[in-house]
Ligand binder design. Structure first.
Ligand code: PLP
Ligand code: SF4
Length: 423
């Protein structure tokens, strides 16, 4: 496969340097002059950069900059990388920390929102600062030297909580760290017996694919099972370089997942997402989530309606491989967590039948069984709550509402009912 063409400004850079991730980081476009020199943008773009960088930091790797089509107002790469004046238009619904990750944080750098898994933020630095970043309150304020002491309390918290079996290592971008620094964290996590899986959230395969080196893969493999979760938003990001990076990771035995964000004028179109997800499967990356854009400050121009997301999902299910169908989720403002959103396939439902719609719009009646008792409640060794066998036919819920003691939420605490179906 032909490599991504370098821009003229980089014509003299020897491949050895270009393919060195540290060179890419040292030579990031962080100042207006850099963008002008490398990309020769329009006056309007220059103005936008000046305005936006008063509020938010800019950094673009030379590699990612090479994918930009600077004169195309709809270039999906440009929209994600080049600051625009819209970032200074704060909307009334904007929040610094919409997901209240800081409030659900028992110790610095760790968010414990769900029963059995945590989010561990190991750095606030990224190789590229995405214009739509949801964690902009943390990310990119300054570059700092990694210091294990800073995250030790978070590791101690995980060690002290045996219910945590899944740790999502994120940031910032954990792969901006040196292999040695990252290894120190992984070693500590692996020393905790109840940590079953580790996930690494990184945009490196997309914006800095040369970061995936044989040495990195070799180091990470020692700490399996590790899942790699990356962040492609458009098929144009699937290049020979990112393909190689993902192949190295997949060959290293890391299941590869992708989380996209639905972004206005970037990928808010069923065809664009379908093509992206099909391409991802061809490089062994499984689409996992597609996120509704959050309410972080200065990104309201990227937001689309929920209806748009439902349209996108409707165009995927049935129309292409089920593997190319991620879950569309809204991460609720106020820290309510992720909620899946789907087109409606159940048109009506009663005790003995359901009226279902398929992807082509065909309507079919599905007859429910007459017997609905189950293994639940019949196994004397079972220590779980015996509830499913207590529900009757026609119960929509397979699980009763035993949301115990919901944490006080700023939004909608009334909706988190504390009741059981059989009450
Ligand atoms: C998304 C997220 C997770 C992981 O959730 P999954 O649905 O298991 O992928 C864990 N903790 C926090 C705070 C999250 O936002
Ligand atoms: S890589 Fe992730 S954390 Fe970093 S700027 Fe992009 S979206 Fe934000």
């Amino acid at each position: 496969m032909a490599k991504t063409k370098k821009r003229k400004a980089y014509a003299g850079v020897p491949p050895r340097q270009w393919n060195d991730w540290r060179w890419q980081i040292r030579n990031r476009l962080t100042r207006l002059e850099d963008v002008v020199r490398v990309l020769n943008p329009s006056k309007e773009t220059i103005e936008g950069i000046k305005i936006a960088t008063r509020h938010f930091r800019m950094a673009i790797t030379p590699y990612y900059a090479s994918l930009i089509d600077i004169d195309n107002p709809y270039c999906p790469i440009k929209a994600q990388a080049i600051p625009s004046a819209s970032e200074a238009e704060f909307s009334r619904s904007d929040m610094a920390d919409p997901l209240e990750e800081d409030r659900d944080s028992p110790v610095k750098g760790l968010t414990h929102r769900y029963p059995d898994r945590v989010l561990l933020l190991v750095t606030d630095v990224c190789s590229m600062y995405c214009r739509h970043c949801t964690r902009r309150r943390l990310v990119g304020h300054r570059d700092y030297q990694f210091d294990l002491k800073r995250i030790k309390p978070a590791i101690d918290y995980i060690a002290a909580h045996p219910e945590i079996r899944d740790v999502v290592v994120s940031g910032g971008d954990p792969l901006i760290m040196s292999g040695a620094a990252l290894e120190r964290i992984l070693k500590l996590l692996r020393a905790i017996p109840h940590v079953e899986i580790i996930r690494i959230g990184t945009r490196a395969p997309v914006v800095l694919p040369m970061r995936i080196t044989p040495g990195l893969v070799k180091m990470l493999r020692k700490y399996h099972p590790i899942y790699i979760c990356t962040h492609f938003n458009h098929a144009r990001e699937v290049t020979p370089e990112s393909t190689t990076a993902c192949a190295m990771l997949a060959d290293g035995g890391f299941p590869m997942e992708n989380q996209s964000v639905l972004l206005r004028k970037v990928n808010d179109c069923p065809h664009v997402i379908k093509k992206l997800n099909q391409k991802l499967l061809s490089i062994r990356v499984r689409p996992y989530y597609i996120f509704q854009c959050d309410l972080s400050r200065g990104i309201s121009h990227f937001r689309t309606s929920l209806g748009r997301g439902i349209q996108v999902m409707e165009a995927l299910r049935g129309h292409t491989s089920g593997l190319a169908v991620p879950t569309f989720v809204v991460d609720l403002p106020g820290g309510g967590g992720k909620v899946p959103i789907m087109p409606t396939y159940i048109i009506a439902r009663s005790d003995d039948r359901a009226v279902l719609r398929n992807y082509e719009g065909a309507i079919t009646v599905y007859m429910e069984p007459h017997r609905w008792d189950s293994v639940c409640g019949h196994d004397p060794a079972c220590s779980q709550e015996r509830y499913i066998c207590q529900t009757g036919p026609g119960m929509l819920m397979t699980k009763p509402h035993t949301v115990l003691e919901p944490k006080k939420r700023r939004i909608g605490p009334k909706l988190l009912l504390k009741r059981r179906v059989d009450d």
